[in-house]
Design a protein around this ligand. Sequence first.
Ligand code: GFB
Length: 307
Amino acid sequence: MNKITLVTGADGLVGSAIKRLNLPNAVYLTHADLDLTDFEETKKTFAKIKPNRVIHTAAVVGGVGANLKHPGSYFRDNLLINIHTLEAARLAGVEKLLSFISTCVFPNNASYPLNEKDLHNGLPHDSNFGYAYAKRMMDVQSRAYRKEWACNFITAIGTNVYGPNDNFSLENGHVLAALIHKCFLAKENNTDLSVWGSGQALREFVFSDDIVKLALWALNNYNEESPIIFTSGIETSIKDVVHLVAKKMGFLGKIVFDATKPDGQLRKPSDSAKLQKYLPEFKFTSVADGLEQTIAWFVKNYPSIRK
Ligand code: GFB
């Protein structure tokens, strides 16, 4: 019998990357198809589709700017989305569910590199505490459902994911998407390229197609109660990455760092040991290659991009 895989957030960065794979017997739900903050609708939809497996990528996300502006709605909407999705999956008898957390939800004062066991050992960074607590509850809910109902619900922890069909909003997007959009406009309008913060912050940038390969591996092979971090473990500074974006886009103008804008967490290096134990041969796409593919996608699709 062919197993049905339901993908939530199919119009998002990771969801649309999964959709590009054309998985057999997959059902893709976008926000327009189903409002996951509405439990009755969610329960009905899951009961109708009867998925065997779920890859839950839907979330209300944004970069440091959006998180600083919307801690309340990010907490409320992500908590509702996650509680409803996992409960509807349980009621529908889903055999395996994979959901996503991100390294920004770790305690701000955690020891480095961030390790899965430290997820709840301290307060998250103030810049995104609403989102962070909502996402941490997904780990709690997955563990609790495993204990009470033997649900095989697993969680993967992503870092700063980027790629085609990201949200390229100048104000609310994640850094690489926002910088590509800004650089495109600066080149077109012959203006400076303004970068937020000091440029000293470090991030582990992981290409969306890599996250999808790891997600499918986990869906088929990872069954542990504790989360697993999907990271290359390689940090890149914002300063270096903005020069890489400018080079790849042929921008020759001035790059200015706007100290009135937040740096957010200075760094959040995460531990790749668990992933390497399972997949020692996995090869991550380099930031240079991933940026090349993302920029090509952006230039080809502009202006019909999410912004
Ligand atoms: O992707 P980002 O906004 O979120 O990265 P976080 C922010 C870093 O990039 C900060 C710098 O150091 C910013 O100063 N930056 C420079 C910019 N220019 C820009 C710009 O034009 N736009 C943006 N957005 N940043 C998020 C969490 O943290 O990480 C989310 O808040 C999520 O919840 C995401 O988990 C993965 O990496 O700081």
